[in-house]
Design a protein. Structure first.
Lengths: 303, 101, 399
């Protein structure tokens, strides 16, 4: 098993220029900066309309030091496919192709193309940064917005529907690698991207991405809040490699450690402000049940 | 079509800083590192660098001591929050404006 | 050596001879046999290309856009609703200045569903910034695909090669596939200026402001409007390139020579019938009959619809008494699109010929020779008020 990367052996090369238009304290900025270190310079990126489009820069200045193709909203995975086709035609087997899409561009409008690309076995890394709404257009609900959350299109009673379990949908395509990660655990994300690079075929990484502007908290707490999501057992860090499921580091520890109450996470963000005690209790119960299942599976050696 | 001709016929951006201008102007509070508390500064060897890891804009250098590029630091305060020894304090930007005057 | 094959197979051979490197494939009637033939070529080792079976037409053109941006010669084909599904990508490919070639096997658009031929699909996309060429028989199909790459890669603008669904795609005709080594000389390998390349990183087609702005070197970079203006001016200049490519092709292969308009018995004509696609060949029979009846009439097929060859149109048509435009499409709520374009082109001429417009063949409605003859005879011998255009030919029930 590869050694875990630490801060001290993380590459120093910065592949993103500062002075870009991301919000102060943007969770995506953290994962993008660290994620590109993992991908390395021999990479071509594909980016649909999303916060990253803006972070990347408006013409003619690019914040990224890697070649990047901006594409239409629904076509991220198809565009990545096209680049791979061209690479093969030009006998280039080394350049990585990595798609970076938001939750909307991955699991709503982008899902069809992603499903097709997974079915075809395309050799790319698809990173979904999940800030749980259409943030770039101003905080509208998406398929991955959790139930009850206030957004500009669910402004009073909150989202009625549940959060779409995108990693599970992608995992059902039986691709070599599906993982979840978080902006608050950038070294874990870094190692997961490194692992993805060693595998052939589609690799999917779903990254929980705190968003101060959209979730309603002081930017200072971006990392802390992302950590709370994991420590409360709401968002789980895991890998599914060749159908073998494994919880990662901070989530794995929760099998034997006390979880933080979900209320601690929910009360940090104004997007949850319409939650009643009953709603919070319901979420706590769901999380408890999920972890009870994990615990039993761990006992049986399934995970 | 010549190289120069084609380049201005498409939207083709080249890498460079400051697409959003001098994003340091977004700041209300400025992070200041207390070198007496800062771990790599105190030990005078590579250590910690948590602020460098988490800075969303990559404006903190991985040096001894770490330095902050105030041209682009947006004042998000993540470095101050995450520093394990509370070596970073957020100071009103107006203090520095007065000083610069 | 001549072969006898379908229009779709002619197109597939054109793609193979053009040494396309990436094919994005999605089936849709009546294009499907083209896509199938290409898969045969690639799977059988006759063609060295990446054959990518995408999950939608929108993705098909996405694959081509990305592959072309990364330096590969790319191709896809579609019809009707498939073309419309990729509409935003059409605009994208043109604005991104990518030399993609796409065959559009013309078919009517839903609703209601139809699988049969008309031109609404391509004609409705005339404003996307693509070069739009029409082929009238199988020889033209295979030749035009090859020419299309030469044009596209010279001007960096995508090209649509249109041919009639079923009437050409599924019928069998003799044609002569050009020799591979001659095609290689005519059409060199694709070598773009700025393929996506980690050694020369750049960010393509990001948000572009309305106004001009300094770039990283301190030079002034264009705004959105300048970039789009360049597309338009380059499209107009492409008329010259289309002529050049036609001349080169004619020199190399001994065929062609009519880049914009393909005339038949127009030299001494008082009246000229005009249309897109294979209908122009059908009209030749009608022209012969009417000539025998003493009407000095000719027919002219338009080979290039966009960029619109207005100068050639004025040159050919300025001295005739009347033009009769037959169209298998229209701009709903007004009149035939080709009719409007020709009227606009002829506006500056004094005197102007009368211009009539017949809408026909929608959803594959059969076009009968006698209907064409009667319509032309009426137009040439009766005064019809301009307000009565367009006329509809072949409607069967009063609606």
């Amino acid at each position: 098993m590869a050694e875990k990367t630490t801060i001290l052996n993380l590459p120093e090369d910065e592949l993103v220029h500062p002075g870009n238009r991301a919000c102060a304290g943007c969770g995506l900025s953290i994962i993008y900066r660290i994620g590109l270190k993992a991908l390395g310079r021999d990479t071509i990126l594909v980016v649909p309309p999303s916060c990253l489009t803006v972070l990347q820069g408006l013409y003619p200045i690019a914040a990224t030091q890697l070649p990047c193709l901006n594409v239409t909203f629904a076509s991220t995975a198809a565009a990545a496919t096209g680049i791979l086709g061209a690479m093969r035609a030009r006998k280039n087997t080394s350049t990585n192709v990595a798609a970076w899409a938001g939750d909307g561009g991955t699991s709503d409008i982008g899902l069809q193309a992603l499903s097709g690309a997974c079915e075809r076995g395309e050799d790319f890394i698809f990173i979904c940064y999940d800030n749980e709404a259409y943030m770039n257009t101003g905080i509208q609900r998406s398929g991955t917005t959790p139930q009850g959350v206030l957004t500009t299109t669910t402004p009073i009673s909150g989202k009625k529907q549940r959060k779409k379990d995108v990693p599970a949908v992608i995992a059902a395509h039986n691709i070599p690698y599906v993982a979840t990660a978080s902006a608050s655990y950038p070294l874990d994300l870094y190692d997961k991207i490194l692992k993805a690079k060693t595998l052939s075929g589609p690799k999917y990484i779903h990254v929980h991405t705190p968003c101060p502007s959209g979730w309603g908290f002081n930017a200072r707490y971006s990392v802390k809040i992302g950590r709370l999501a994991v420590e409360s057992g709401l968002f789980d860090l895991y890998e599914k490699e060749n159908r073998q499921f494994q919880l990662s580091g901070p989530s794995k520890r929760l099998l034997s450690k006390q979880r933080r109450p979900v209320s601690e996470y929910l009360e940090t963000q104004t997007r949850f402000r319409s939650f009643s005690d009953a709603q919070t209790a319901a979420i706590q119960q769901e999380v408890d049940e999920k972890w009870e299942t994990y615990r039993k599976e761990a006992e049986c050696g399934i995970i | 079509m010549t190289k120069k001709n084609y380049a201005c016929r498409i939207s083709r951006s080249e890498p460079g800083p400051g697409d959003g201008g001098r994003t340091g102007s977004w700041r209300v509070l400025r992070p200041v590192i207390d070198l007496e508390k800062c771990i790599p500064a105190k030990r005078n060897k590579p250590a910690c660098f948590t602020c460098w890891l988490y800075c969303p804009d990559g404006v903190i250098t991985r040096t001894i001591p770490p330095t902050i590029d105030y041209e682009y630091c947006k004042g998000c305060e993540i470095c101050a929050e995450e520093c394990p020894v509370d070596a970073i304090t957020m100071v009103e930007e107006t203090v520095f404006l007065k000083e610069e005057k | 050596m001549h072969v006898i094959e379908s229009g779709n197979v002619a197109a597939a051979n054109g793609v193979k001879l053009s040494r396309v490197q990436v094919v994005a494939a999605y089936p849709i009637t009546p294009q499907t046999p083209l896509t199938e033939k290409l898969s045969e070529f690639v799977d059988g080792g006759e063609m060295e290309a990446e054959y990518i079976p995408v999950e939608s037409e929108h993705s098909a053109l996405a694959v081509c856009i990305a592959a072309s941006s990364a330096g590969a010669r790319a191709f896809t084909a579609t019809s009707a609703n498939g073309l419309l599904y990729m509409n935003e990508q059409l605009h994208w490919a043109a604005g991104a200045r990518l030399p993609i070639v796409m065959c559009v096997v013309n078919r009517g658009i839903g609703a209601p569903w139809t699988v049969w031929n008309d031109h609404q699909d391509a004609v409705s996309q005339r404003d996307t910034g693509w070069i739009q060429l029409y082929a009238c028989d199988h020889q033209q199909i295979i030749d035009t695909v090859i020419k299309a790459y030469a044009i596209a890669e010279t001007v960096s603008i995508p090209v649509m090669v249109c041919y009639d669904g079923y009437l050409l795609s599924h019928t069998y005709m003799p044609f002569k596939p050009p020799e591979s080594n001659q095609v290689d000389e005519f059409l060199p390998r694709f070598s773009p200026e700025f393929p996506l390349n980690p050694e020369q990183p750049c960010n393509l087609n990001t948000v572009t402001l309305s106004d001009i702005r300094p770039d990283v070197h301190g030079d002034t970079a264009p705004g959105y409007m300048e970039i789009r203006h360049n597309l338009h001016t380059d499209l107009r200049e492409a008329l010259g390139v289309i002529q050049q490519v036609e001349d080169n092709f004619h020199q190399t292969f001994g065929r062609g020579g009519h880049p914009f308009l393909e005339p038949y018995r127009c030299e001494d004509a008082n009246y000229i019938a005009v249309c897109l696609g294979s209908l122009s060949y059908h009209l030749r029979d009608v022209v012969d009959v009417l000539r025998e009846a003493g009407i000095a009439i000719g027919v002219c097929g338009l080979r290039v619809y966009r960029p619109f060859p207005d100068a050639a149109v004025r040159e050919y048509f300025k001295s005739v008494k009347g033009l009769i435009i037959f169209e298998k499409a229209l701009s709903y709520g007004y009149e035939g699109a080709l009719f409007a374009d020709i009227k606009a082109a002829m506006y500056a001429c004094t005197p102007r010929p009368f211009i009539h417009n017949y809408i026909l063949g929608l959803g594959g409605r059969e076009i009968q020779t006698h209907q064409l003859k009667e319509a032309l005879y009426r137009s040439c011998t009766t005064e019809v008020a301009p307000e009565d255009m367009p006329q509809w030919l072949g409607l069967k029930l009063q609606t």
